[in-house]
Design a protein around this ligand. Structure first.
Ligand code: ADP
Length: 551
């Protein structure tokens, strides 16, 4: 990767250099011929072996070469080499039959030697400088009066050309090395940037970087997903993208929060409002980027953001807090009754007063203890569900399960004068799910049916329905009003109806059922009419549907 980058650089550089070279190759013959005319007309000095005809022919050829190399661009090193050979030949002849070596135009040879060195390396440069030395020697030899001054001038001219050419070549090499280093650094940076981008894109958390004024520069797909948008966010202001509200429900500006802080900040009390009005609780961490450019100044270069949706965590936390407060409240009353009944009983036993009330007090304490025990039972089931302790699935024989339940509850139903019916067609399909969850749901329905039915029958049934099996528990009990049907799955909810209140209950049974149903991925259907009875049912796939066992 690094090599290809360097080549690209050299190629670009070469193309540019070729263009400049071509321009020089066109202009210099014109300048040289103009100077040559001045020398031919004796305005400036001329060669000791000046030849009028030769100079005219050479001028035409020299200009012709300039135009030719502009039109027929050298596309290969060989073509370029041919042009350079002709330039050297014409230049040599030009000085010999034209203005001579002691003319300022001789310094143009620096350019010729420099170009030759670039395309043909050190050897090319040496040959070119050898050529100019030879030209100087030929013309010097032809000088009729070799005075010290003339010899000195030849020496100085030649030295300036050679030294200048060497210096220019060295300077160019230094500059080339610097450019190559720069290119390598840029390639390295680009590679690192690409790696970083790939890393950020693969991270599940929403990440963005902004300028110090809050303009989004880079972001990852997780941010688009979080904000439920496909918009192009680069260049947008943070406040255009995030519509934030503080814990009091007042709109707040992320840019203002940024402006007020220059250290790492974490806020998890802000919420974002979607266009449809829905709110999402966010946890936003942002850290300033202090680049070298601004290391000495106060304000950072920009900010890095990490944004997370904490709506679920928040609502779970709130639900948990509310649950603990309700449970402690619900436990207080029965515990107070038990404690009151037992201490009164103790007092009366001690003082041997009203022995006939002992039984009533014991009954009341016993009932409350039963109530507490059932609540603890429901709470422990709930905790198992939430921990996913019984998520493991197994194949359950529906017929055997319902038979077992029927026999388990037959005595309880009969003791209340109720008929317990098991409706099972001959070949009910097996289902695959968590045994504990399925049993717990059906048990809740059956105990409720027995509890809320004063006369009549309770029917436990299972029936094949295509790819599914429908399980149901039906009673002929007190029924549930339409408004209560909407609330019976809420935690601790019990109907206000006196028929319900005359039975004891925690209001947790159907809440647990609701959680279990979600775990199983099933939907509980309630059909009920006051004083007519109720039916609770749900369907399970014979082969489990593709659902996850997560709450
Ligand atoms: P609990 O039975 O302990 O009160 P549940 O959560 O099991 O609590 O039931 C919630 C409420 O739903 C009950 O208080 C009752 O009002 C109503 N309910 C549940 N099942 C029946 C049913 N089969 N018939 C009439 N009402 C019912």
């Amino acid at each position: 990767m690094a090599n290809s980058g360097t080549n690209t650089y050299i190629d670009k550089y070469s193309v540019l250099f070729l263009r400049v070279t071509r321009l020089a190759g066109l202009l210099i013959p014109f300048v040289a011929v103009a100077y040559g005319i001045a020398s031919a007309t004796a305005i400036v000095g001329r060669s000791p072996i000046f030849n009028h005809t030769g100079f005219v022919v050479l001028s035409v050829l020299f200009i012709g070469l300039g135009i030719l190399q502009t039109i027929l661009k050298a596309s290969t090193p060989f073509n370029l080499g041919i042009y350079l050979v002709f330039y050297h030949l014409f230049a040599t002849l030009y000085f010999v039959v034209g203005p001579g070596f002691l003319s300022p135009i001789a310094f143009c040879w620096i350019l010729l030697a420099f170009i030759t060195e670039i395309f043909y390396g050190k050897i090319g440069g040496i040959i070119s400088l050898g050529c100019v030395t030879m030209t100087a020697v030929i013309i010097y030899v032809a000088e009729p009066h070799k005075t010290f001054q003339i010899s000195f001038e030849y020496g100085v001219y030649l030295s300036i050309i050679i030294v200048s050419c060497v210096l220019v070549v060295l300077l160019r090499r230094v500059q080339l090395v610097e450019h190559q280093d720069l290119m390598l650094t840029q390639i390295e940076e680009k590679f690192q940037r690409e790696q970083l981008t790939a890393l950020i894109n693969s991270v599940g958390m929403a990440i963005a970087s902004t300028s110090n004024t809050g303009t989004i520069r880079i972001y990852n797909p997780a941010l688009l997903e979080l904000l439920d948008t496909t918009d192009y966010l680069t260049g947008k202001q943070l406040d255009e993208v995030f519509h934030l509200y503080d814990p009091n429900g007042n709109p707040t500006s992320l840019q203002e929060i940024l402006a007020e802080s220059d250290l790492l900040v974490e806020r998890d009390d802000l919420s974002h409002q979607f266009t449809n009005g829905e709110r999402m609780n966010l946890s936003i961490s942002f850290a300033p980027i202090q680049g070298s450019r601004t290391a000495t100044t106060q304000s950072p270069d920009g900010y890095i953001f990490i944004v997370r949706d904490v709506t679920k965590a928040k609502s779970l936390e709130e639900e948990r807090k509310e649950f603990i407060s309700v449970v402690s409240h619900e436990l207080r009353t029965p515990l107070a009754i038990v404690e009151g009944a037992i201490s009164l009983l103790q007092y009366q036993v001690d003082t041997k007063k009203d022995p006939e009330r002992y039984a009533a007090m014991l009954k009341s304490a016993h009932e409350q203890v039963i109530y507490l025990a059932s609540m603890v039972q429901e709470l422990s089931t709930l905790s198992r569900v939430e921990r996913g302790a019984s998520d493991a699935v197994e194949t359950i024989n529906s017929t055997m399960l319902l038979n077992d339940l029927y026999h388990r509850y037959l005595k309880r139903a009969t003791s209340r004068g109720l008929q317990l019916i098991l409706e099972l067609p001959p070949e009910v399909e097996n289902v695959v799910c968590s045994r504990l969850y399925l049993e717990e749901i059906l048990q809740n329905f059956i105990t409720n049916a027995i509890k809320y039915t004063d006369f009549g029958a309770i029917t436990i049934a299972a029936v094949n329905q295509g790819d599914t099996v429908e399980f149901s528990v039906m009673d002929t009990g007190i029924g549930i009003s339409k408004s209560d049907q909407k609330r019976i799955f809420d935690k601790f909810y019990r109907s206000e109806d006196y028929l319900t209140r005359k039975t004891s209950g925690t209001g947790l049974g159907l809440y647990v059922v609701h959680k279990l149903a979600r775990k199983l991925g099933v939907n509980i259907v309630v059909e009920s009419e006051l004083k007519q009875g109720s039916k609770f049912s749900f369907v399970l796939h014979k082969i489990p549907a593709d659902h996850t066992f997560g709450l």
